[in-house]
Unconditional design. Structure first.
Length: 319
């Protein structure tokens, strides 16, 4: 299928993408899709790929990228609370009720749809029950079960694994190397040497401080690139919400890489049958998942990382 917007390379040709392509070609794609997975950037890339193909004229290629297409509409969380309000939802519904301007149909992309206020969800539910003609609604979320069951039951579900490339922020690879080296020193034993204990504690707070600086730098770079693609008429609340979403996405990917680094450190030791390593790895991953879960309740990422690293100090120390 010819299109200006390619699928994410890691997903091209996968069963989910193949099903979507066939449905678009046969003009049988459902009017409402729920795209969910672990990475919002991947979900947005898939949504733009779908939108580009739906908005193209028969046998041709769309003259506009999805973000700038007059028949493609976006709904995003807004403000510091990063919520989708009922008023913003009604405004989107009003836009998709009219006839398309240049394309054969209209597309609405609802980013982080789990951030919908309950009143907005009820407003949107009515649209799902009576969808506008020639309109496709693409709902994006990393938390599908945070949606109303009545919404989930009315949409076609597609789950996509993360296709995001590893974070390439300045200093991140060195951070991971220092983290793995610190785990190695812990596994060798700390003993009762107060100087060694103090060194490990100082390492924890050094890693926490560097993590914050790396996240800030990566967010600034990503936001700079993202602003170039956004419509010029976005208001300040929407821009704040998008930038916060970028931070949250990058933060999640950094924590995923910390989990992978922890597993990579433990794997050679597990092959030797080290029971202490197995217990430490299981407990460390459970602690990391718990602290990352608290981020959704607005726990600061520095506090979450500090909690995890201090727990690691106890879990990995050779007894």
């Amino acid at each position: 299928m010819t299109a200006a917007v390619p699928w994410p390379a890691a997903l091209a040709g996968t069963p989910a993408i193949s099903v979507i392509e066939r449905a678009i070609t046969r003009q049988r794609l459902s009017h409402s899709l729920l795209l969910h997975g672990d990475d919002l950037e991947t979900l947005a890339a898939v949504a733009h790929g779908i939108a580009d193909r739906l908005l193209a004229p028969p046998g041709g290629v769309s003259a506009f990228p999805p973000e700038q297409h007059p028949d493609c509409f976006a709904l995003r969380p807004a403000g510091k609370m990063r919520q989708i309000s009922a008023d913003a939802t009604r405004e989107l519904i009003g836009k998709v009720q009219v006839s398309p301007a240049v394309a054969p149909r209209k597309v609405a992309i609802l980013h982080e749809v789990d951030r919908m206020h309950l009143s907005a969800s009820n407003v949107f539910l009515k649209t799902l029950e009576e969808p506008p003609a020639h309109t496709t609604l693409l709902m994006l979320t990393t938390r599908p079960y945070a949606l109303l069951p009545t919404i989930r039951s009315r949409v076609l579900h597609f789950r996509f694994p993360s296709a995001a490339i590893p974070v390439n922020a300045e200093g991140w690879n060195a951070w991971l190397d220092d983290y793995r080296a610190w785990l190695g020193r812990l596994a060798e034993g700390v003993g009762a040497d107060k100087k060694a204990i103090a060194d490990h504690v100082f390492t924890v707070y050094g890693l926490v401080a560097r993590f914050g600086a790396i996240l800030d730098f990566a967010t600034a770079e990503a936001w700079k690139k993202e602003k170039e693609k956004l419509p010029e008429d976005l208001d300040e609340d929407e821009q704040i919400a998008i930038e916060t979403g970028i931070t949250n996405g990058l933060r999640a990917r950094l924590f995923v890489e910390i989990e992978q680094a922890t597993r990579t450190f433990a794997l050679p030791r597990l092959h030797t049958g080290d029971e202490n390593t197995r217990r430490a790895l299981v407990a460390a991953i459970e602690k990391l998942e718990h602290d990352v879960g608290l981020l959704r309740l607005n726990l600061n990422e520095s506090a979450a990382l500090e909690s995890f690293l201090l727990a690691s100090l106890r879990l990995w120390t050779k007894r």
